[in-house]
Design a protein around this ligand. Sequence first.
Ligand SMILES: Nc1nc2c(ncn2[C@@H]2O[C@H](COP(=O)(O)OP(=O)(O)OP(=O)(O)O)[C@@H](O)[C@H]2O)c(=O)[nH]1
Ligand SMILES: [Mg+2]
Length: 248
Amino acid sequence: MSTGLRYKSKLATPEDKQDIDKQYVGFATLPNQVHRKSVKKGFDFTLMVAGESGLGKSTLVHSLFLTDLYKDRKLLSAEERINQTVEILKHTVDIEEKGVKLKLTIVDTPGFGDAVNNSECWKPITDYVDQQFEQYFRDESGLNRKNIQDNRVHCCLYFISPFGHGLRPVDVGFMKALHEKVNIVPLIAKADCLVPSEIRKLKDRIREEIDKFGIHVYQFPECDSDEDEDFKQQDRELKWRIRRTATL
Ligand SMILES: Nc1nc2c(ncn2[C@@H]2O[C@H](COP(=O)(O)OP(=O)(O)OP(=O)(O)O)[C@@H](O)[C@H]2O)c(=O)[nH]1
Ligand SMILES: [Mg+2]
């Protein structure tokens, strides 16, 4: 079996070589080999934000990753800064954490719901998602399959207005159009405008409506029963926190 081992420097001592061999040679080290290969290659992750206009999508993208995704942006005066997103904007950044590379793509979509007739106003977004699937399919069927860049949307944060009494028809329409294609994580936008009891009430109502309309939103996976107790505890805490925040 090939381990794909390449010694980086000619100056590596025989001891170094033996150490590397111990880590990567033999089938007992398969997990190491897979881990090494994945880390070296890096990961692609595409996150999309969508929802009605003015709910803070661009603001969240800007503050979430603490990375200046809009490097080319000129600093404008306060009045000029309140910009409406009018087209689908894609930003890619390479992030590295503890040696693991992540190619993060953020897709900021124009808000909808402003027009008099809002039927199918999410069409440009569904078209974009479909195009990414098509592109990936074409790349996979092509000759150069080694370096395919995965631009498919892996997750979509869907912003719900905090000022309504649950889902609006446009929310239901959007989620129904996309729920089979991407993982939708609905969240209450501008939740700082509501007190905790209002958030709880709105969340309950939205959950009920999600069930009623048969919308499939992303469900956090259950912990495997053979995981250790620490991990299970961490998982429980995480889910408990999610229940308390504006994420549904
Ligand atoms: N109270 C409150 N205001 C927010 C929050 N996030 C953003 N805003 C404000 O909401 C306004 C609209 O924010 P944007 O990020 O441009 O909204 P958007 O969803 O990208 O809007 P479109 O591009 O038109 O779809 C701005 O004035 C923000 O300062 C929030 O969490 N709480
Ligand atoms: Mg925007």
